[in-house]
Design a protein around this ligand. Sequence first.
Ligand SMILES: [Mg+2]
Length: 363
Amino acid sequence: MSDTSARRIAHIDMDAFFAAVEQLDHPCYRGKPVIVGGLGPRGVVSTASYEARQYGVRSAIPMSRARSLCPDGIYVEPRFERYREISQQVREILLFYTPLVEFVSLDEAFLDLTESERTLGPAEAGVAEIKRRVRDRTSLGCSIGLAPNRFLAKLASELRKPDGLVVIQPNEIQEILDPLPVGAIWGVGEVTERRLQGLGLRTIRDLREAPPELLVRELGAVGRTLHRLARGEDETPVVPGRETQSASREVTLSQDLYAEREIESALRPLARSVASELRQERLLAKVVRIKVRFGDFQTVTRQVSLVAPTDSAYLVEATAIDLLRRKVALEGRGVRLIGVGVERLSQARAQQLPLFDSEADSR
Ligand SMILES: [Mg+2]
């Protein structure tokens, strides 16, 4: 075994964050099903409170479906400014324990507590204290997992939500992983899960005991990664300060758009909004990407890498439009959802001339 077994990695995840903030700010929402998301005719659920989940309402389902599952729910648009404010309070708490905090999103972060154990004492006590301090400061609940690596820490934080605290010690890894379905592995989506099931691999134990050559033959490089994860191995480091790894905006259109000009008009404000977030956060982006989902749900993303990082609304918009025109074959199909994102973010310092250097398409 490598020395990664000695690492102490924590994953913290705020419970039903957006919905919990709404319940905090609106006492009359407490104890009731609250659903946060796009309220347009084709909006999607961002977060459902635990009360709403009892009706089967989940993140990412269409809002119209949520409304039929839970007609008496409280439906609200997200207030990102407010969520960011509370997220900031949580950040300050986490950074007290270690500078090695990787912010994944507004409500999720990884911490590497390996080194801080020497000065602050056992990580078990540390994460319990973090939970308490988050509750004291924000009045909100969170779930934390503590484990020898990121993969297991995230899995642990999800095991006993909400308000969970799960520690996985190195000698418990196999016993905890083995009975879980392969879909519990981060990154195994429905398609991969079906393929694995087609090979007779249903649990993580099945996966762990499968011959690696079979997995590689069937799934390529992913097969090797899955086999490692099934053994609970993950060497990925916690990269501090990655808070805004990417920024994106997308919108499900109220009706499918066919005209190129209309599709472009829908894309432009999203690009400008992403660029404005970059400037607000004093970040520059190296990669611009777009996402187009057609009426039949086929989804394509296209991206391009810029010569120099930028926060220019003009450049992000022009690049997004260029990608749409040159890289997406619309072929008269209706567009249902459109999005713009930026990646490879860095702190803004000196501005440089933005030019294209290379282009790459992704799935
Ligand atoms: Mg969460």
